[in-house]
Design a protein around this ligand. Structure first.
Ligand code: AKG
Length: 266
């Protein structure tokens, strides 16, 4: 990880786009789009406050959807790694998933019927570990396999505190076998092998709090470790079109929320 960062101390950054007519062509070509700013400072304050309340236990949240940093034992802001499926379990995150400005971008990319498939708040506390190269759709059994993730920065996101890095255009190369083991503490996960990554094609996404990046489900991406004394929180909401169905094990199927238009699976 550190050697990767030494190799590219100043990666090329992805510039924000504000021309909505360019959203779809750019996304088709690059598989990623940055709109910064998008979410208001007031809304960001509401989200960060709720995050702190969940970490402090003052707002109830199901334990099984809270993940701690490797080696941590007690739940607090400095140990919380991830809040899973937050749009489903908390009204503040549900309201964010239906944010009209975000949905306008999603509509330009996948059409007028939009459902939420899932959400994850990546807390990346000080010292928080990297998330290695992966493709979201490798984990999402959906048909058609169309997922766009909106990743909203709740803090200013920099190279030092673990911004995302992407391989522009990699969504056009299909899903790659996640065949390299990745241990997160004692939990085993998988990643795309490092040797399959062309470092010359990577670009970094830095954002101000309230900025959003949108990435295709097949886009290769990772995030770095947090080398700073402050959290780097990013709220990822996964959007799918109205005709999308779950094709994984029935017992793992989750309810999809329609946030614009209608469910067109019938
Ligand atoms: O925020 C991170 O650290 C990782 C984000 C990510 O992998 C995702 O949104 O799919």
């Amino acid at each position: 990880m550190q050697s990767r960062e030494r190799q590219s101390p100043m990666p090329t950054l992805i510039a924000p786009t504000s021309d909505s007519t360019a959203f779809s062509p750019q996304f088709d070509l690059e598989g990623v789009l940055v709109v910064d700013p998008l979410v208001s400072p007031g809304d960001i304050d509401t989200l960060t406050l709720r995050t702190a309340e969940i970490a402090a236990g003052s707002v109830p949240y199901p334990d099984e959807h809270l993940e701690l940093e490797p080696g941590a034992t007690g739940l607090e802001l400095s140990t919380l790694r991830k809040i899973n499926h937050c749009h489903f379990h908390d009204e503040v995150f549900a309201a964010h998933a239906a944010h009209p400005g975000i949905l306008d971008v999603i509509e330009a990319l996948i059409g007028p019927d939009i459902k939420v498939f899932g959400s994850q708040l990546f807390m990346k506390p000080p010292g928080g570990v990297e998330k290695p190269w992966h493709q979201d759709s490798a984990y999402f059994p959906l048909d058609p396999q169309i997922v766009v993730t909106c990743w909203t920065a709740l803090d200013n996101v920099t190279l030092e505190n673990g911004c995302m890095h992407v391989i522009v255009g990699s969504h056009r190369d299909g899903i790659i076998d996640h065949s390299q083991e990745w241990m997160i503490g004692d939990r085993r996960d998988m990643q795309v092998p490092d040797e399959l990554i062309d470092e010359n094609r990577t670009r970094a996404i830095t954002l101000a709090a309230g900025g959003c990046s949108f990435h295709h489900g097949i886009l290769l991406h990772r995030s770095g470790p947090n080398h700073t004394a402050h959290s780097r929180r990013g709220l990822a909401v996964h959007y799918i079109p109205g005709n999308c169905r779950w094709i994984g094990p029935p017992e793992e199927e989750k309810e999809f929320q329609v946030v614009r238009g209608r469910d067109t699976t019938d």
